[in-house]
Ligand binder design. Sequence first.
Ligand code: SF4
Ligand code: SF4
Length: 461
Amino acid sequence: MDTVFSMKQFDDLIAIRSSKGRVVGFHTKNLEIARLSEQAWEQGLKLNEVRAWNSQQKSKELSSFETDDNCEESADETQKQSHKPLNYQVRALSINVTQICNLHCTYCAAGGDGSYGDPVKKIAVDKTLPQIQFFMGKLSPGDEFRLTFLGGEPLLYPEAILLLAEYAQEFAAVRQIKTQFVVVTNGTQFTERNIEILDKIKANITISLDGPPEVNDLLRPNRAGFGVTHSIIAGLRSLLDQKKQSKKNIGSVGISGVFGSKNMNLEKAYRFYSEFPVQWFDFTYDHLETREQVNWEFTQELLHVGALAFAKGGEQELRRIKIFDQYFQVFDSQKINNNYCGAGKTFLMVDARNQIYTCPWVVGDSKEVVGQGTTLFQEKLSGYSQDLIVQNNCQNCWASAICGGGCMYIHKNKTGDKHQVDPNFCSRTRELIATSLLYYEESRGLSTQVQEVIEGEQILG
Ligand code: SF4
Ligand code: SF4
């Protein structure tokens, strides 16, 4: 396992030395990555010399991604788009189709029972359709729009998912907008009828599962306190079998688990997840955990799992872990990420009473409501118009172009202020990014090309 051993910063250049002595350079402004010589590490690099790396400086666009559990506003949909807060061109909308749940997860951030303190059984579809029309109506031909169905447990109200998705599909066909649907589910409701609905809308599916039955049963029991993991596994296998036989038009399927002091065995979860032919896994850190030691342990566990994946199948297997894939996407695109997420810019959240928020995790907090129905409260939304890197004072962080200023919800949970960064989040993020840079350089063989430059003494003075 080749890990980050030490780091140096030379102006806009970061040099990372691995435990095996490899030195990888990262340019914090244009996001170039390259293998460096030992000499470079010892003597330091000069900025103008680093330009010898750059085949071509690519144009920098704004982008965003997120790494959170039920917050499904991810890199692939928002990365290419400029944020246009004043027009509210929302490209990703999450909807709580219900605010009840059949499970009772020990760490549930949705009021402890999926209700956010307001157990609404069914969203009013007739009030939600105009909201979809309102947001999609602001988009242009060729734009992408993603609708994510959340809860509670969204598959407890599958009829709403179907009606809302079909409406969005029809609207998109007329306007030539590309749609994508995501369902985030606890995996207990894969009935034949529900699989048919997921098939009809070509849903991408995120299944929340914290590990094998002996772990998941304790953390995610049903309302009566009993484990249901065996039935989740049976449902998931049936879903994946049908997908494999190409009987169903289901999109990507991934597993997402929550980890923290009550569940720190990421390796066990990784080995369990690997038994399923799913496209990706996500190891999410418990949003409410604030202790430094727990953060450190989680980071080491995640790095360990990354090393196992890389040893098993190189870049491809490593990138099945969502966070590594997100970083690789940014490295590939060389586009600066000014916003960790699009909350309040390109992303909004609708609760089961059609109130609008900027983030799934603030549902139920009346101070955080930024709209109702098709009325947006401009004054409140104007607080989200600035890039997070600036608003969160991240300009001096070497990792800011990759991180994008972090999750406002996590920051607030630790510091009391959305824009005051959580130091635990930062140390975790920077360590993961530094390690990802080592993997990236190793996977792409960036050494050959740069070695020639070094031999020609173009880099070192
Ligand atoms: S790691 Fe922390 S300081 Fe750096 S960009 Fe992210 S949130 Fe900001
Ligand atoms: S602020 Fe909310 S929407 Fe943004 S990443 Fe955090 S949880 Fe997701």
